[in-house]
Ligand binder design. Structure first.
Ligand code: NAI
Ligand code: MN
Ligand code: ZN
Length: 336
């Protein structure tokens, strides 16, 4: 089989590898489509602190179960599945309180173990979620990125009367817009980015208002509007202080970033307005929820997609994705 392997930081190869055998409790998936994420690019360049090499990357993938390991019901062979990359132990403290995404022995498919940019991938059977026929193959790998928005909004509890502000109109910001509008019916969703092309995508994904902060600071453009719910999907460490300054009293702020740089912020700017801060990493069992949202037509994954490439074009696809955020959003790889 063909697999995209990062042999070591900087070295990406399309390698010929043996088809894996599913271990006890696992399924093997014949991968059909997989989508590229910023973290795949980070692993390629050696900028992901969690990655171990060599690694088959890819944590957003869809396929059909073609073999099962011991203890897995063989009737699952032939099932169309989206695979949750979060593999957890099930008994540590975070697992015991429903937070497997921060399991003390967390293992992420495509990061800590081999992933889905490959003709075949193996995963625990319970990580493979059956998909209804209404979700087409070409879009099924996008369940995972929407689970990020599902996870952070579960903390933020959006309400229809919220005035939401989203920093960043990349894939993460766009999924957040769709979930706030389509699932939670938030009246006003505002989005800020520095690229006009990305802001146009934000509008197409349902944003009610967009702001470009490339030259004029956001504060000067908001005209006193105080957001009650803020999501940082741009993830620059300076954003938290600005968000706290702009927020309404009693607002909630959600953070998604992994920067190792400090964010400078005063206690006063948070406590005087009694702001709530939430962080969110990956997802905690949110695949069923997102699959239901797609099935009900509450979210539109096709609005994120700009390109399809065959797996053979992996380097071209990853390079375009990395270098060209003005024309690229979600890039999907097709296997075979
Ligand atoms: P992206 O790079 O495609 O999008 C970020 C957007 O933010 C870009 O359009 C960029 O122009 C804009 N931006 C950058 N600085 C800005 C600023 N100061 N003000 C306004 N806009 C600004 O990335 P993507 O895929 O949407 O991911 C966004 C972030 O989310 C990344 O930092 C990533 O590490 C993080 N992430 C976190 C996850 C989690 O589970 N916590 C999961 C996936 C991504
Ligand atoms: Mn991803
Ligand atoms: Zn655990």
């Amino acid at each position: 089989m063909k697999s995209v392997v990062i042999e070591q930081p900087g070295e990406l190869v399309l390698a010929e590898r043996a088809v894996p055998t599913p271990a006890a409790g696992e399924v093997r998936v014949r991968v059909k489509y997989a989508s590229i994420c910023g973290s795949d690019v980070h692993i390629w360049h050696g900028h992901n602190p969690f990655a171990r090499y060599p690694r088959v990357i890819g944590h957003e993938f869809f396929g059909v179960i073609d073999a099962v390991g011991a203890g897995v019901d063989a009737s699952r062979i032939g099932e169309r599945v989206a695979v949750d990359p979060v593999v957890s132990c099930g008994h540590c403290y975070p697992c015991s309180v429903g937070r497997p995404n921060v399991c003390t022995t967390l293992s992420v498919i495509g990061v800590h173990r081999d992933g889905g940019f490959s003709d075949y991938a193996v995963a625990p059977a319970s990580n493979a979620y059956a998909l209804p026929a209404t979700i087409p193959d070409k879009l099924a790998s996008l369940v995972e990125p929407f689970t990020i928005a599902a996870n952070i909004t579960a903390f933020l509890q959006p309400q229809p009367q919220d005035v939401a502000l989203i920093y960043g109109a990349g894939p993460m910001g766009l999924t957040a817009i769709q979930v706030l509008k389509g699932v939670y019916n938030v009246a006003q969703v505002l989005v800020v980015d520095r690229l006009p092309e990305r802001l146009a995508l934000a509008k197409a994904n349902g944003a009610d208002g967009v702001f470009n902060n490339a030259e004029v600071p956001l504060a000067a453009q908001l005209e006193g509007v105080q957001p009650t719910l803020i999501i940082d999907a741009a993830c620059h460490p300076a954003i938290l202080a600005e968000a706290a300054a702009l927020a309404s009293p009693a607002a909630r702020i959600g953070l998604l970033g992994f920067s190792g740089e400090p964010s400078s912020i005063t206690q006063q700017s948070l406590t005087s307005k009694e702001l709530s801060l939430f962080t969110s990493r990956l997802n905690s069992h949110r695949f069923p929820q997102v699959i239901a949202w797609m099935e009900q037509g509450l979210i539109q994954p096709e609005k994120l997609v700009t390109h399809y490439f065959p797996l053979d074009d992996i380097e071209r696809a990853m390079t375009l994705f990395e270098k060209d955020p003005r024309t690229c959003c979600k890039v999907i790889l097709q296997m075979q």
